[in-house]
Design a binder for this molecule. Structure first.
Ligand code: HEC
Length: 156
């Protein structure tokens, strides 16, 4: 083999190693895709389920806003009604999400989700029993903990 051939073989070898390196990197990254750039677990559910959940989230935010306004007015009967509309009756509504959580053992999702719905029931009960804004506000504060807890861990 002359010098020119040797150079060509060497360059080809380097090229093969580089291609191998890039391919293996992309395979490794593919396996790690469950964790997004923000370090949160990415939920790979269908677009339809994502839309359903996003819609429920916006509804939850709206209900929270309604509860705060009603509290300021001292309308505890409506606070109770609004809060219980988001209670445990609403837990586990999304079939695909339920299966996905089960399959991937996402215990934190289940815990925060159930706790959030249960806390809405608690707000309703406290509003009814105490008619005391501060007591209800304390429960609303706890509710936010579950929103934050879940948002810190998961994303679409
Ligand atoms: C069990 C998990 C979980 C809980 C509990 C939770 N969220 Fe979310 N929420 C999510 C996920 C996941 C997203 C989507 C984040 C993304 O876009 O990557 C989201 C998105 C949202 C959005 C944006 C919706 C949109 O259309 O983009 C709002 C608003 C929201 N949440 C409000 C709340 C409020 C208020 C609470 C508490 C009362 C709450 N969430 C509790 C998981 C949760």
């Amino acid at each position: 083999m002359n010098y020119l051939m040797q150079e060509k073989v060497k360059r080809f070898g380097i090229l093969v190693i580089m291609v191998f390196f890039f391919v293996s990197c992309s395979v490794i990254n593919r396996d790690k895709k469950d964790v997004g750039v923000s370090g949160r677990t990415v939920l790979k559910v269908s677009k339809a389920t994502q839309d359903e959940i996003s819609k429920e989230m916006r509804e939850t935010l709206l209900i929270l806003n309604t509860i705060m306004n009603l509290l300021a007015e001292g309308n505890y009967t409506m606070v109770e009604k609004s809060a219980s509309s988001m209670g445990l009756v609403r837990a586990g509504e999304h079939q695909e999400m339920r299966d996905y959580i089960w399959e991937h053992q996402l215990r934190e999702w289940r815990m925060n989700g159930r706790a959030m719905h249960a806390q809405f029931d608690r707000i309703a009960a406290v509003a009814n029993a105490t008619q005391d804004t501060n007591a209800v506000l304390k429960e609303v504060g706890k509710l936010y903990g579950f929103c934050i807890g879940c948002h810190e861990l998961f994303s679409f």
